[in-house]
Structures are given as C-alpha cells and as structure tokens.
Design a protein around this ligand. Sequence first.
Ligand code: SAH
Length: 368
Amino acid sequence: MLQPGELQMVEPKRPKPPIHWSDLTVDERKAKVIELGLPGFRADQMSRQWFSRLSDDPMSWTDVPAELRQSVKDQLFPDLMTSVRELACDGGTTVKQVWKLFDGALVESVLMRYPERVTMCISSQAGCGMNCPFCATGQGGLTRNLSTGEIVEQVLAGARSLAKGEIEGGVGRVNNLVFMGMGEPLANYKNVVGAIRRLTDDAPAGFGMSGRGITVSTVGLVPRIRQLADEGIPATLAISLHAPDDELRDTLVPINTRFKVKEVLDAAWYYIEATGRRISIEYAMIKDINDQGWRADLLGQLLRGHQVHVNLIPLNPTPGSKWTASRPEDEREFVRRLKNQGVAVTVRDTRGREIDGACGQLAAVAAE
Ligand code: SAH
C-alpha cells in the first residue's frame, strides 16, 4: 500500500514474462525463425497467421513443418495470459476480461461495442504507482510493467472474439483503443510504444489498425509526453487533469507535485503542435471537491483557444471511498461555464458500471 501522496516511480524487480512474437520487430522475428532452423521467409507467413488471420494456434499452421510446430509454439508463441473471469453487460455488447499473467498478476481489459465501432480499453501495467486517491488501481501500488506482448495480447484476444462472432452484434473488428485500463502508460513508455507500433504496423509486420483510433491517457509525465509527440504516431493524447489548480491537483494526481498544471499543459500544447491532433482533457467530476463553478471558469481560461476536448467523467466511487459523483445540477453548470468560454466538452458515458467496467475495480475484486 502506498501512503497518501506517495509516488512509486521505479518498477519493482520481478521475473520478466516470456519473450513472445508480439514483442519482436520484423528483423528480430526473422532471426528467431532462422535460429529454430526455418528459412527466414517463414517469419512473414507466421506474422500473417498471428496478426492478420488471428490464428493463435501454431500447431495448426501448415506453413510451418509439423515437426517444428511445437518448438515454434513453446519458444515464440508462449501463452501470455489466461482469462480468469469474463463479465458482460449492456446486452452482451460490453465485455470485461480479467487476465492472469504468467506470474499470477491480474490485469483487465474491456471491450465496448457501439453501433458504429468497437472500442477496447486496455491495461499497460499490473497495478499503478501514481497513487491517485480516487482510482481503484492506484491504491495497491505498482506490481510491474506489462511487456509489449502482454499489451498486444489484450487487443488480439478481443479481435479474435470479434472475428469469430462471439461478441453480441456479429462478426466485427477493433476500431479504437484506449490506454485507460490499469497502469500509467507513459511510465511503461518503451513497451507501450512497442505495442502501438505492433498494432498499427501493416501486415505482415503488425495488426494494421489506424493510429488515429488509439488514445494514450496519462497523469502528465511531461518529458514522456514530449517524447511521444516526436514518435510520429498519430495517436490521441488524453491528459488526466481533474483540477485546474496546483493546490487541489497535488492531492488528486500526486505526480502534480513534480509536474505542475502549467508544465503539463505546455507539454500538451507541444503535442498538438507536433502531431496536429486535438487532445482530450479528462476530468473526473467529484462532488464538492473539484466541481465548483470557479474551477470550471479557471479550467476554461487555461484551455480556451487550444485544440482540446474536455471529457467529464462522473466519479465512479471506489469501495470505501469518501467521495462520490457530482450532483447533476453542478455537472450541468460546469458544462455550461466551459461552453461559455468556447471549450468543447462532453460527459463520458458510463458503460460497464454494473460490472465495474470503469477504472480498475474488477481485478481488485478478483484478487480478493
Ligand atoms: N494512468 C492513466 C490511465 C488510466 S485511468 C491516467 O491516469 O490517465 C483512465 C482514466 O480514468 C483517467 O483519467 C483516470 O483519472 C480516470 N479514473 C480513474 N479512477 C476513476 C474513478 N474512480 N472515477 C472516474 N474516473 C476515474
């Protein structure tokens, strides 16, 4: 357990998950395949099986000689996670998975099907070291970073279910991805960027989804925001601001003691400039804590004139939390004041509440 305000910036030493095909670049895959005694061109065929045909069973791949399939499976495609719990709501169009990783760590992902698209919410770390007091994941501290393969696997698992028509609504594909599950993605920078590359690279290198459909949500790790801006990935950045003033933000998002509101927003403006992409500002509406009219006015002053969109998220109270969601009239007034200043704002829909689909709660329950 972390103490109030305490941050955990260093990943605890833990055994690393096994290396997986999804971890590897195209050149690395080729080298591995040759090591196993296969010609290098098999690597592209295997990548197509894995990322395009979404076949997760190397034992059935006829382009790999039968006697080598077991070694291919064991050495290049080890199982990275098993589903320990699957929960559905919204008529089967919202499905949450709790995954157990090789070391017993639990993470979760959520698939949300809308009439026009499918969005997946995925985890980047087991636990989180950022210690935001309103967030269920933050309370337990950081277990470890997920590998690139473990991040990718959450998406491919969803993609396979959709391709097989297992999700209500028929055969489909993953259109959007949000790094809003467990963990702080920019604290696991290398593996998250690796996963984004694997997911956005065209076949045979990767899964071939559009980078524009990917949102990376962060507490505001300023140097990493600037680094991400320069990666050349057209992802959307979401900043979890939650307060426009340092005094309150220091308590709601403890990393603010290191990177202040102004520095975070300056990095956000740099991101917009470098990528040409509009950014999102996440703001959990917490009754009588951050939802006052004057805070809406201050937020509007900070944001107006920039290419931003504010997402107000009604607080999803964590078990035992002293906080709750804002009153509807306060929420309406907050929206009105932001709009008055010409700032685009929407209130987040709260899908998955009944299965704790929001914000790190299910893995916490499953761990009990
Ligand atoms: N660590 C990243 C991403 C994970 S959380 C980040 O902080 O941005 C995704 C979003 O859900 C963040 O904006 C986070 O602040 C918000 N969130 C976490 N717990 C919440 C809760 N109980 N109610 C509403 N929003 C919450």
